[in-house]
Design a protein around this ligand. Structure first.
Ligand code: HEM
Length: 409
C-alpha cells in the first residue's frame, strides 16, 4: 500500500511545513504587499506559507527586533534569505553568526564612517548627475532601468577602486544577476554568481600586488584584518565577503529608488514641500525608507525549537523578517501608512535591520539615495508615471521599472 492510500491515524496532524496561511509566490501591484502584511499583522502575525519550500514570516515590529537581537537562537548561517538562493559559498558577514562574524564587520565598518562619506559625496553626486542629466534632457526615462539599476554599480566600482574595464564587466554581470534573481533563473544565477567570484578573485590579486590604504579600500582592509587570535582572515572568506559586497549593495537601492519616484508622483504636495525646502530631504528619506522598506525576505533559521508570536517554530525552519511589514506596524508607528516628518516619538525604523547584521553599507546607501532625491528635485518640477510599474517579489519589495515623463525645472 502506498503512503497516499494508507489510512491516516485519527490524530493525524499535517506536518507544520504544509501550513499555508498566505501566498508569497504571487504577482503583486505597488500596494499589495502592504495590504497582505496589514492583514497578517491583524490575524496571524507570525504566519507560515508553503510557498518557496515553506517558511515562516514575522510581521510585527517587536517580534522582528526580538529575532534580530538573539543570534544564539536565530542563525544566519543556514538560510538567510527567502526564497533560498541555491548558490555556493559562505559569504561573510551576512552568513556568519557572532563571534565568527565580528572581524569582518570590524574590517569593513570603518570604511563607512560619516567622515568617509563626506569624502564620497562629490563622487556620488558626479555619478548621479552624469546618469540623470541626459534622462531629464530627453524628457522621459525609466527610473529603474535607465538610472537606479546603474547607479549603485557605478558607485561600488569606485568604492572598490576597480579599473574601468573590470567595472564595465561588473555593471553587466550585476544587472544579469539581478534579472536572474527576479525571474528565479537558477542556472543563470549560479553562472553569474560564479562570475562575480572570479571578479572578486581578480580584485584580491590586484590588491595583493598593489595594496591600498586599508582605511580607504575594502579589499586592503580585509587583507590587513586579523581574527580574535591575531591570525589573518581565511582567503576564501575574504573572497566571499567581497563577492557579497558586490551584490548586496546593488538590489535594494535599485527598487527603493523606484518606490521613492512612485511616491512623489502620487504626492505632488510632498514633491513641492521638498523642492521648497531641500533641508527636509534627509528626514523625508528616512520616512520613505520606513514606508517602502525594500527588504522583506532576509531570514534566520531557528537553532532550536522556539515559540515566537505564540507559534511553535521547529529547529531548522527558516523565518523571514519582514522589515517591510515591521515598519508599518501600528504598535510601533502612529498612523503608519502616512508620510510624516514629525515622528520623533515613534520607534527607529528597521529598513537597514538592527543588531549584529545591521546593514554595513547604510551610510553609503543613504548618501546615494539622498543625492538622487536632491538631484531629482533640483533638476525637475516633478514627473508623472507613464506606464506600468511591475514589481519585484520576495526577498525584495519595490518596482523593477518606473517609466516617467519629467516636468522640466
Ligand atoms: C536601500 C539600500 C539598502 C538597504 C535597505 C539595505 C538593507 C540591509 C538590511 C536590512 C540588512 C540586514 C540583513 C539581516 O539582518 O539579515 C543589510 C545587510 C548588509 N548590507 Fe545593506 N542595504 C542597502 C544597501 C547596502 C549597500 C549600498 C551596501 C554596501 C555597499 C550594503 C551592504 C550590506 C552588508 C555588507 C550587509 C551584511 C551585514 C552583516 O551581516 O553584518 N547594503 N542591508
Amino acid at each position: 500500500m502506498s503512503s497516499e492510500t494508507r489510512p491516516k491515524p485519527k490524530s493525524f496532524v499535517p506536518p507544520i511545513n504544509r501550513l499555508h496561511e498566505f501566498d508569497a509566490d504571487v504577482t503583486e501591484g505597488f500596494d499589495d504587499a502592504h495590504a497582505v502584511f496589514a492583514d497578517l499583522r491583524g490575524r496571524c502575525p507570525v504566519a507560515h506559507t508553503s510557498d518557496f519550500e515553506g517558511f515562516w514570516v514575522v510581521t510585527k515590529y517587536a517580534d522582528v527586533v526580538r529575532v534580530l537581537a538573539d543570534s544564539d537562537t536565530f542563525s544566519t548561517a543556514k538560510q538567510n534569505v527567502v526564497p533560498r538562493v541555491a548558490t555556493s559559498g559562505r559569504r561573510p558577514p551576512l552568513h556568519l553568526d557572532p563571534p565568527e562574524h565580528t572581524p569582518y564587520r570590524r574590517a569593513i565598518s570603518p570604511l563607512f564612517t560619516a567622515e568617509r562619506m563626506a569624502g564620497w559625496e562629490p563622487i556620488v553626486r558626479d555619478i548621479v548627475s552624469r546618469l540623470l542629466a541626459p534622462l531629464v534632457e530627453k524628457g522621459e526615462a525609466d527610473i529603474c532601468v535607465d538610472f537606479s539599476y546603474r547607479l549603485p554599480i557605478f558607485v561600488l566600482a569606485e568604492f572598490f577602486h576597480i579599473p574601468p574595464v573590470q567595472a564595465e564587466k561588473i555593471r553587466n554581470i550585476g544587472a544579469d544577476f539581478n534579472r536572474a534573481l527576479q525571474v528565479k533563473d537558477t542556472a543563470r544565477l549560479e553562472e553569474t554568481s560564479l562570475f562575480l567570484y572570479d571578479v572578486a578573485r581578480d580584485i584580491i590579486a590586484a590588491r595583493k600586488s598593489e595594496p591600498l590604504d586599508p582605511g580607504a579600500d575594502p579589499t586592503s582592509a580585509l587583507l590587513a584584518a586579523r581574527d580574535g587570535n591575531g591570525a589573518p582572515l581565511p582567503e576564501e572568506m575574504i573572497l566571499g565577503t567581497i563577492r557579497q559586497l558586490l551584490v548586496v549593495g546593488i538590489i535594494a537601492p535599485t527598487t527603493f529608488t523606484g518606490s521613492m519616484v512612485v511616491h512623489l508622483a502620487r504626492h505632488p504636495e510632498h514633491f513641492a514641500m521638498l523642492k521648497d525646502d531641500p533641508g527636509l530631504v534627509p528626514a523625508a528619506l528616512e520616512e520613505l525608507l520606513r514606508l517602502y522598506t525594500p527588504y522583506r525576505g532576509f531570514a534566520r533559521t531557528a537553532k532550536t525549537d522556539v515559540i515566537l508570536g505564540r507559534r511553535a517554530i521547529k529547529k531548522d525552519e527558516p523565518i523571514a523578517l519582514a522589515f517591510t511589514s515591521a515598519n508599518r506596524d501600528p504598535d510601533a508607528f502612529e498612523d503608519p501608512d502616512s508620510f510624516r516628518l514629525d515622528r520623533a516619538s515613534d520607534k527607529q525604523h528597521v529598513a537597514f535591520g538592527l543588531g549584529p547584521h545591521q546593514c554595513a553599507g547604510a551610510p553609503l546607501a543613504r548618501l546615494m539615495l539622498r543625492v538622487t532625491l536632491e538631484e531629482l528635485l533640483g533638476r525637475t518640477d516633478g514627473w508623472e508615471i507613464v506606464g506600468p510599474t511591475p514589481m519585484t517579489t520576495w526577498p525584495e519589495y519595490g518596482p523593477l521599472s518606473v517609466p516617467v515623463r519629467f516636468r522640466k525645472g
